[in-house]
Structures are given as structure tokens and as C-alpha cells.
Write a protein that binds this ligand. Structure first.
Ligand code: PMT
Length: 408
């Protein structure tokens, strides 16, 4: 999403203090940013800060001949490829909804043809007031996108929805709006994280998957315009913008969720580390250590009987009635990467296999980077170097799109 021209409109609420951070995040994401602010916003953040960070003059006055001479309000409105109002106060939303053009920001908003994203921030009661609800309904009906507000402690001392979304969340939402739409209309299912198989009420068998790779795939698919369902085993990661997330814990729960979601999906990315086995006789209560000691000789090994879990990926590939659904499998291998991956691709029957070497310390489980081999059923093998997982996710989806295009 490099190079979009973003007009940041800052209106006058306490959340305006986050505008410099937001502006920096927009610049880091590769955007050119110009900024206008209401008179009230100037009480919360110094224009010079925004001017320094954006590298452009920051304007507030509409009827200032010197400022109008440099960059006219119509020129600003035309320059913008995307308008972002952050924070958007209740008053500013009301003025937008009513088409007022009584200061520079509201005039630019009336004059622009660019899409508009607003990040509301206000007191809880103002947010819930019927007037604000009606104004948002009007704005949404006109195509204005809304991000947030988040829930939490508000500057006014209330607790609830009203906090402006975090700058990174706003930038991620923008990425959805500005990203390529190569997967628009597609339904994509992604699995992520490591399943946990209960042994008793407190103990589980698990693995080291952090979910980072799967979450990066879900975020990238959403950025490309897909409707994404992320079926997630336990992780500590936030849900990517625009992604619908379903939490599961065990392999059997993941199996049910995947089969339900895959029914109308055109792409399934099976990135989760699904446990191959589960304890055969999980106990509903906590197994007491004393009980074990009294039953067994002290220091004698304790046995757990394991039972095989169904292979969800193989089932999905078998049940495909047509080649319409594109299924991607992953393989986590600790040795003989290529040979093991080839065997896995043949056994599972997927359209593309992404194989990672989990013996590497800098890749695979729980790292921020990964290096993979992409294997196709016709014997092609492509090695992708060590890359950040979000970049790798984009490369994997590029390959999926290319293969589907060739198939079509
Ligand atoms: O989550 P991260 O920390 O970012 O790490 C990413 C990752 C290493 C977990 C990921 O890149 C990866 O390799 N995921 C697959 C892990 C795995 O379970 O591999 P496997 O070789 O055991 O399974 C092969 C494939 O079959 C996988 O697509 C898996 O989802 C699927 N499978 C496995 C077992 C099972 N019972 N049902 C399945 O569907």
C-alpha cells in the first residue's frame, strides 16, 4: 500500500494528542500525508508538530488569503486519495452528516471525492446518543467507513466505548481500504496456532505454534479484499483488521469449525499446527499428584495413552467435489525437509504445500521470520528466503493467486 496520498483531518477532542503518533505510523506505512485541523484541535496538539512530521504546512483557517494562496482547500480536496478523520468528535461527525462547510476541514470534506475513513473518539454518552447514532447511519449510507471506537477508560472518567482506535489499528484498517482487491469476492479460511489437547482439567498437550504465520496470512488475505474466517487455536495475538475470528482449542473443535467454514470457501490455508494425537482418556477433574503416587511406585514412569486425531487437511482434500476450492497445506519438518514435504504433499493431496524447517532457530515456530519451500503437485519446488512472516504471507498468496489463475 505504498504511496497513497492521505489527508489527515484532526478535530478537537482529547484524542487529538495521538495525532502525531498516527501521522508517524502513516508515514512509516509509506503514505504521503497532509494535515488539516479544526481550531479546537489546535488546543490539544501543536500544528508545528504535525507540520514537522508530515513535512507540509498544516492549515486550519478557511478565510486566510496567504494560506489559500499556497494550497487552496479545493486543491487539498483533490490531492487526497483517502481522507482520514482522526479523531472524529461527535460535533465534527454531526457537521459532516449535515454537510456543513463552515471551517477548512469541513469544507475540504464536502469538496473531496476521495473515500473517507473516520475514527470516532468521544464521551460514552455522546457516542450512544441517538443524534450521534443517526449521524453515523447517515455517513455510513454515504459510504463513509468507520474504525472504532475502542472500549476502555475514557479521558472523561467514564468506562466503555469512546476511545479512538490505536494508530496501528487505524493504519491497518486503511490498508484494507487501500490494498489491492485481487481476492475481492473470495471466501478464505485460515487456520492458525497450535491446538491443545486436554489431559485433565488443567494439563494439556500442546505445541510451540504462536499463530504468527497464520495470522499474517489472514491479514494479507483480508487486505486483498477477501472475506476471511480465521480459525484460531489459542494465541495471544490480536485479530487482524477485517478478519472474522473463531476460537477453538482442540483438534476436534478445529475440525468441526474448518469443515463448516470450508463449505463455501474458495481458498483454505491450513497453517495451524494440529496435534496428531490426543490423550485417549482425558479426565474432567485435576489428576491429583498424591493419587498417582499412591497408585504407582514413586519414580515409576506414568503412562498416557494417546489416540490419533483425524487429519483435517487430508479430509478436506478428499472431500473436494471439484477443483474449485484451492487447499494449501503446511508442513513442519525437523529433518529431510524436501523429501518429507514431497511425501506429505502426495499423502494429503493439497494444491500447494508450504514446508518449513523447524530445526532452524530463526524460522518456523514462534519466530517473526520464516523461510519455506513451496511445493506443487507437478513437482515444482520454489525456495523462499528468510522473510518477515507478513512478507512471506504475501508471497504465498501471490503464488496461490497465480496457480488459481492458471487453472482458470
Ligand atoms: O504459528 P507460528 O509460530 O508462526 O509457526 C508457524 C508454523 C511453523 C506452525 C507453520 O508455518 C506450519 O508449519 N504449520 C503447520 C504445522 C503442522 O502441523 O505441520 P504438520 O506437518 O504436522 O501437518 C501438515 C499439515 O496437515 C498442516 O497443514 C496441518 O495444519 C495439517 N494437519 C495436521 C494434523 C492433523 N491432525 N490435521 C491437519 O489438518
Amino acid at each position: 500500500m505504498n504511496g497513497s496520498r492521505i489527508l489527515l483531518v484532526v478535530s478537537g477532542g482529547i484524542a487529538a494528542y495521538k495525532a502525531p503518533e498516527l501521522l508517524r505510523a502513516l508515514r512509516r506505512a509509506g503514505h504521503s500525508v497532509r494535515c488539516v485541523m479544526t481550531e479546537a484541535a489546535r488546543a490539544f496538539v501543536a500544528p508545528l508538530v504535525l507540520q514537522t512530521l508530515s513535512g507540509s504546512p498544516v492549515r486550519s483557517a478557511l478565510l486566510d488569503t496567504s494560506e489559500e494562496g499556497q494550497i487552496g482547500h479545493i486543491e487539498l480536496a483533490e490531492w487526497a486519495e483517502q481522507v482520514l478523520v482522526a479523531p472524529a468528535t461527535a460535533s465534527f461527525l454531526a457537521r459532516m452528516a449535515n454537510g456543513l462547510a463552515d471551517d477548512l476541514p469541513s469544507t475540504v470534506l464536502l469538496a473531496t471525492r476521495a473515500p473517507v475513513l473516520v475514527a470516532p473518539a468521544m464521551n460514552l454518552n455522546m457516542w450512544e446518543h441517538p443524534a450521534t447514532r443517526a449521524n453515523l447511519t447517515t455517513l455510513r449510507a454515504r459510504g463513509v467507513e468507520v474504525v472504532g471506537p475502542d472500549e476502555g477508560e475514557l479521558a472523561c472518567g467514564f468506562e466503555g466505548p469512546g476511545r479512538m482506535s490505536a494508530p496501528e489499528a487505524i493504519v491497518a484498517h486503511l490498508a484494507l481500504l487501500l490494498g489491492p482487491s485481487s481476492l475481492a469476492g473470495e471466501r478464505v479460511v485460515v487456520t492458525a496456532g497450535g491446538t491443545r489437547e486436554p489431559l485433565d482439567a488443567v494439563r494439556v498437550l500442546g505445541n510451540r505454534s504462536s499463530g504468527k504465520m497464520g495470522y499474517a496470512l489472514a491479514a494479507e488475505a483480508a487486505r486483498r479484499g477477501a472475506t476471511v474466517r480465521l480459525i484460531s487455536a489459542p494465541t495471544s495475538l490480536p485479530t487482524p483488521a477485517g478478519v472474522e475470528r473463531e476460537d477453538v482449542e482442540t483438534a476436534l473443535e478445529m475440525r468441526a469449525a474448518v469443515h463448516a467454514a470450508a463449505a463455501d470457501a474458495s481458498i483454505v490455508l491450513m497453517c495451524a499446527a494440529v496435534a496428531d494425537f490426543r490423550p485417549a482418556n482425558p479426565v474432567a477433574r485435576k489428576i491429583k499428584k498424591e493419587k498417582l503416587d499412591s497408585q504407582d511406585e514413586l519414580d515409576a514412569p506414568l503412562d498416557i495413552t494417546l489416540q490419533r486425531n483425524p487429519d483435517i487437511l487430508a479430509e478436506l482434500c478428499r472431500e473436494r467435489s471439484s477443483s474449485a476450492r484451492f487447499v494449501v497445506g503446511f508442513a513442519a519438518e525437523s529433518h529431510d525437509l524436501l523429501a518429507a514435504a514431497r511425501r506429505k504433499l502426495a499423502r494429503k493431496g493439497c494444491d500447494l504445500l508450504v514446508a518449513n524447517d523447524i530445526s532452524r532457530r530463526d524460522a518456523g515456530f514462534d519466530s517473526d521470520d520464516n523461510a519455506v519451500l513451496l511445493l506443487t503437485p507437478d513437482g515444482e519446488v520454489d525456495a523462499l528466503p528468510l522473510l518477515p512472516k507478513p512478507v512471506l504471507a504475501a508471497r504465498i498468496l501471490d503464488r496461490v493467486e497465480k496457480m488459481r489463475g492458471a487453472r482458470a
